[in-house]
Write a protein that binds this ligand. Structure first.
Ligand code: UDP
Length: 582
């Protein structure tokens, strides 16, 4: 495809070749013949202008030029980026700007297929959907109107999966789903195994909705009740430990199912009067009420550093300013957004949730000489996220003074504190695409690998080295292609003796980080995040069931809202193999 005619104008933007490729492929506007008609700067002008325009009703129509410049600079300096749908759709006819949605699935044929249709519309616009299937009557129960038997939640999940498959051809990006079933649903055992085969239900992540009652039964090694959601009757019981072990085994086998702690999500449900939270978005970081949507945005922590005589440190002033800009931006997105359904428009504007998070956290630790796999790393997480959370809440309170609190504030659990514009402010997103655009490590994950060898089509080998490591090795005269090949082959630099110990200690990759520190890091971020944290706990291939079980218990004890684990090599085709990208 032609990259467009104004290539030379693009060089001002500090984006990498990879970022340019991603932007060109999916984000820049094209004409009917498929030719790109927008530059990278053009994209950011379009987004900044459209989002700044939302200020007008609050300022009596005053010029938004200065605000547009503030937004433009935050984005083009790669300090802050809103989630992909905002970059793709702001200022364009589709205008759907949110990444996260939750839809209800009620127990009737009409409702189920209505939800399939609604999900298709959301996927078409680049959003992801989460569903709880817990309200569906179990497989084999009676269907009154036909005298037949119900096929149960898992068979209907397959219908949603097929619909997603079909829509993904025409949409802006691949539709993603979260499917949740409560642990006390009678079909829970079938659910735990429904993704046993890697080729099944591929457009879903699945998680078991765990209750406190269930965890207490696991710890006491007792039984717990299964409840038919359509009759509310107890229809049986299961050994809690047996079910827990099956969940652990599934996660060990191929990463599915994950778990979410439902009671914890509901403890933080700001408007419990509106009903319970039953599900999160596809990657688990955003719990939402049925028909609620949320837009996310992430601050690139690499850009929040400054050089001092003690080395590299956090520029708190710059971070504070960026958080304020970001909260203002994300609140405006709620107003500009064109929602796929009236009901979503209404529900979203009643609570005005936004999800500000971070990316480049691991890179920031590298630059400050702190190991991710250490208590110092965990302390750095607490320090930075508590600051962002506090300033984010202050910024939302200031917006409330100018624009009013979110409409359900008076009935919310926040009503005794300062009025806020947004019922939630912080969320840690995966930043799968945003981190490529910004050229930093994703979300709060450790660096996956420091060296990749890419085999380009003409047979040449391209060596890609983490820029922070490359610069350091060059400064010390240690850099060579041969050394990079060895690092790529080993997957980690932990055992390469030519590299001095002080570097090896800091430059840990995802597999050098112990599962325990993965969880501790997640818990540290969770402590200062209103919503939830997207995080994968990586295990080596030889990890045991007991290792996985211990991590689940640790996550439970440390207050995480859910856990996703992945054991290396446990899916036939994984996206990233250590040191090897095709
Ligand atoms: N998402 C989706 N499809 C995708 C990737 C993401 O629907 O292919 C949604 C999903 O709800 C996910 C959220 O976007 O939880 C945020 O993902 P991420 O931060 O990776 O998105 P980015 O903004 O970096 O593209």
């Amino acid at each position: 495809q032609s990259p467009g005619s104004k290539k030379e104008e693009r060089s001002e933007m500090p984006v990498s070749k990879n970022a340019e490729t991603v932007l060109e492929r999916r984000y820049l506007i094209r004409d009917e013949s498929g030719k790109v008609t927008e530059t990278v700067e053009g994209l950011f002008h379009r987004v900044a202008g459209s989002i700044a325009g939302a200020d007008k009703p609050y300022t009596g129509g005053a010029s938004t030029e200065a605000l547009e410049k503030e937004f433009y600079e935050a984005m083009t300096n790669l300090e802050f980026l809103p989630n992909s749908p905002t970059l793709m759709n702001a200022g364009r006819p589709l205008g759907q700007l949110s990444a996260c949605f939750v839809l209800p699935v009620a127990d009737s044929m009409e409702d189920i297929f209505e939800a399939v249709k609604q999900a298709a519309l959301i996927h078409k616009s680049g959003g992801g959907t989460g569903f709880s299937f817990s309200r569906l009557r179990p497989c084999g129960s009676a269907v009154k109107s036909t005298g037949g038997v119900a096929s149960g939640p898992i068979s209907f999940m397959r219908v949603f999966n097929m619909a997603t498959e079909a829509v993904k051809q025409g949409g802006t990006r691949r539709g993603a789903n979260m499917g949740i079933l409560r642990v006390d649903h009678p079909d829970i055992l079938e659910f735990i195994d429904c993704k046993k085969n890697n080729a099944d239900i591929t457009n879903f992540n699945i998680s078991v909705g765990i209750t406190e009652e269930f965890m207490a039964a696991v710890i006491a090694d007792g039984e717990y009740d299964l409840v038919d959601p359509s009759t509310k009757k107890v229809v049986g019981s299961l050994g809690a430990k047996m079910v827990y072990d099956k969940i652990v085994e599934g996660a060990w086998r191929n990463g599915e199912p994950g778990i979410i702690f439902l009671d914890r999500l509901n403890r933080d449900n700001v408007v419990p009067g509106q009903g319970p939270i039953e599900s999160t978005n596809p990657c688990g970081e955003q719990p939402l009420l049925p028909y609620e949507s949320c837009n996310l945005g992430s601050i690139n922590l690499v850009k929040m550093l400054k050089q001092s005589k003690n080395g590299c440190e956090v520029d708190w002033e710059k971070l504070e300013k960026t958080v304020r800009t970001a909260v203002h931006f994300l609140d405006n997105v709620i107003d500009v957004n064109k929602y796929p359904l009236d009901k979503i428009d209404e529900t979203t504007k009643a609570t005005r949730k936004i999800g500000l998070g971070v990316m480049g956290f691991a890179d920031m630790l590298l630059l400050r000489g702190i190991s991710y796999n250490s208590d110092e790393g965990v302390a750095a997480a607490r320090e930075i996220m508590s600051f962002i959370n506090r300033v984010g809440h202050e910024a939302s309170e200031e917006l409330a003074q100018q624009r009013g609190a979110f409409p359900l504030f008076e009935e919310s659990i926040l009503k005794d504190g300062a009025a806020r514009r947004n019922s939630t402010v912080t969320t840690i997103a995966p930043t799968g695409t945003l981190s490529i655009i910004a050229g930093c490590s994703s979300g709060v994950e450790p660096v996956f690998a420091y060296v990749f060898i890419r085999n380009v089509m003409d047979g040449t080998e391209l060596i890609e080295v983490n820029p922070v490591l490359k610069q350091l090795l060059e400064e010390r005269g240690l850099y060579s292609d041969e050394l990079m090949r060895r690092i790529s082959k080993e997957g980690t630099i932990a055992h390469i003796e030519e590299i001095p110990e002080d570097i090896r200690r800091v430059f840990v990759c995802a597999h050098d980080v112990t599962p325990e520190y993965h969880v501790k890091m997640q818990a540290a971020f969770q402590e200062y995040t209103d919503n939830a944290v997207s995080k994968t706990v990586n295990f080596g291939h030889t990890a045991t069931l007991e290792d996985v079980s211990q991590v689940y218990m640790l996550a439970y004890r440390l207050g995480c809202k859910g856990v996703t684990i992945y054991r290396d090599g446990s899916r036939d085709s994984q996206v990233l193999n250590i040191g090897k990208v095709n």
